[in-house]
Ligand binder design. Structure first.
Ligand code: NAD
Length: 310
């Protein structure tokens, strides 16, 4: 069976994701779409120049929405990252641009007849994921945001450094908004099979400080190079592969939770149809309050976006 992935928005993040896919042979067909036709054409040629030295072949299709009709997955990395370069540490500064860009792109995806899974990276990702679902009309389980899959990886980096272990030796989640209202749910975090809450006491670690470092970890990267790319592209491609291989993997992604009435990050089982099953965590009362707060914030911003698009 042919594996077909579309990447829309081939800037810093989209091109990094595309390179990861091409270099590892994760797709047979890769559809690349961007408004900046000259830059996109240069990237397509550059990828084609890589093919003769790679162990895999990828068919690359350029700026053709109709080619998405039978794609399995679309990754959205549409955006304008320069807008984030302000003293504000707030992903919502990009929303007036991405709201309009995504409503145009989502309409074209719908017209293409696409019926696979959308993976949104575009920020602010929880609101944008909701817009993709609403405009394409795809079932909610088929529209996912990378959400706190990246923030959970940042938390794992921060915690792993404290214990001198591989980040993959840390389990647990950052939940809620991929933004300032997210939080590390410490009741879910384990290292060396020990609860982090216990280890923090024994090792005199300040959990609020670690939460802060993982939440704002992306801004450290951003301030150094004015964009972030490898962490998020790796998360998005992992999700795409999880869908393609129908892996049924538990991942913290932005998915629609009925009880909150909004897209937010909470672990779910991901497979061929997108969200296969939703998980249920045993969170503390304090964590539940933080999650509700994050949900309220996303809901308010989503409603504002819908009003602006009217
Ligand atoms: N969710 C996350 O964890 C996460 C992490 C990093 C970046 N992001 C977001 O991903 C997006 C992309 O980031 P970037 O650094 O690659 O930005 P970028 O500005 O380098 O690239 C964005 C690309 O989108 C294209 N584009 C814009 N409007 C378009 C449209 N209507 N149709 C087709 N293409 C269009 C642009 O031409 C550009 O090539 C941004 O919204 C950014 O905030 C999210």
């Amino acid at each position: 069976m042919t594996r077909k992935i579309g990447v829309i928005g081939v800037g810093h993040v989209g091109s990094t994701a595309a390179h990861y896919i091409v270099a590892n042979g994760f797709a047979d067909d890769l559809v690349l779409i961007d408004k900046n036709e000259e830059k996109l054409h240069a990237d397509v040629l550059d990828f084609q120049d890589a093919l003769s030295n790679l162990p895999f072949h990828t068919n690359i299709i350029e700026n053709d929405y109709s080619a998405l009709a039978d794609a399995d997955v679309i990754i959205s990395a549409v955006g304008n990252i320069k807008l984030q370069d302000t003293p504000k540490v707030d992903r919502f500064v990009e929303l007036p641009f991405t709201r309009d860009a995504v409503s145009e792109v989502a309409q074209k995806i719908k017209e293409s007849g696409f019926h696979g899974v959308i993976i949104a990276i575009t920020n602010p990702v929880d609101v944008i994921t909701s817009l993709y679902q609403k405009i394409t009309g795809l079932p909610k389980n088929q529209v996912i945001g990378t959400g706190t899959l990246l923030d959970s990886a940042r938390m794992k980096r921060v915690v792993a450094e404290k214990f001198d272990v591989d980040p993959r030796s840390v389990s647990g989640y950052n939940l809620g908004e991929h933004g300032n209202s997210q939080f590390t749910a410490w009741s879910t975090v384990k290292v060396m099979d020990q609860p982090m809450t216990k280890l923090a006491k024994e090792n005199n670690l300040d959990l609020d400080e670690l939460d802060h470092d993982s939440k704002y970890g992306g801004w450290l990267v951003f301030h150094g190079k004015k964009y972030t790319s490898y962490g998020v592209a790796t998360a998005a491609v992992r999700l795409a592969n999880t869908v393609l291989s129908d892996a049924h993997t538990e991942l913290p992604v932005s998915n629609f939770r009925e009880e909150y009435g909004v897209y937010l990050s909470y672990p779910a089982i991901v497979g061929r149809q997108g969200i296969i099953k939703q998980c249920q965590l045993d969170l503390t009362d304090e964590e539940l309050d933080k999650l509700q707060n994050s949900a309220n914030f996303i809901k308010e911003k989503y409603q504002e976006s819908l009003d602006a698009l009217k």
